[in-house]
Ligand binder design. Sequence first.
Ligand code: SAH
Ligand code: SF4
Length: 338
Amino acid sequence: MEKETYISKHDIIEILKKDDFSDIVKQADYIRRENVGEEVHLRGICEFSNFCRKDCLYCGLRKSNKKIPRYRMSPEEILRTAVLIDKHGIKTIVLQSGEDIWFTKKILTKLIEDIKTHTDLAVTLSIGERSFDEYKVFKDAGADRYLLRFETSNENLFKKLHPDDDYHERLKCLQWFSDLGYQVGSGCMIGLPGQTIKDIADDILFIKKWNFHMVGAGPYISNDDTPLSGSKNGNFSIVQKFIALVRILCPKVLLPATTAMDILRSDAREIILQSGANVVMPNITPQKYKQNYRLYPDKPCIGEDPITCRYCMENRVKKIGRKIAQDHGHSLISIREK
Ligand code: SAH
Ligand code: SF4
């Protein structure tokens, strides 16, 4: 059942400001059930390198941060991790890293091909901005999906936060993914320093307009190893309302309860799964590396090995009466309307 809902910017702002928003959450949970069912999709995230050539102001992996030890998994180690999670019933690997150009076109192409040969996994790339040619070669090698957040749809704020990036380049990349036939994931941070409620409403409308296959959005978490040290974390209620509104406006979207939410409260992901979300991303990075993939501080579950993390997520999902999907969980949105 696909039902288009229209909510004006004015109404979105009013909802984002509301203290009592249980009706919106109920509506989102209903729309989620009707459109994408009770299943929750697991996406195993492998944070394979924390080297980054960029200096995004909010992020602990930024190149100017000398306080984290840098690591890089070898392609063999990444492949072994992929084989391991495949055996444990995870159907997607998300290969995520800083913008690390040690991983050349050639190395990544071979890695994608190897994962596709040795496992039954869907492959999502989340490695930042690259050339059209690279994106094309990775797609041809078998990559299924690409995740690149627009971070904020406020062009001025984007500029302030990204000394190395151009807003229009970012949008161009998102268009390329679509043209190349990737399932496209994008999203933003909620509660960034300098971001207003109006900006957040614009982000929701931007998501609706682009009709992404997947929307990964989570709170901004203040990181003392960055120039934004001392700023406030995103607000949990606003995050919850954001997710509910995205589900209401994009009924078939794949919508994760993202890791950063757990920083705000320990039962965050359960609440978000009951507010419209239908995806969780267990961290399957080998334990020795995990603690140094420090986008923000106090990341949850860094003491856990990949398989513990996978089954912990399954238990959390089952406790709220939902079940883990057994298929690849490809997008149900086949035709992109823009
Ligand atoms: N380098 C890649 C992938 C790694 S960063 C890229 O930038 O796309 C993955 C995501 O982490 C970013 O898109 C950003 O939204 C999020 N992130 C970084 N720092 C954060 C912080 N302090 N709080 C919350 N999310 C953060
Ligand atoms: Fe690098 Fe991504 Fe962090 Fe920016 S957000 S500094 S590109 S890891």
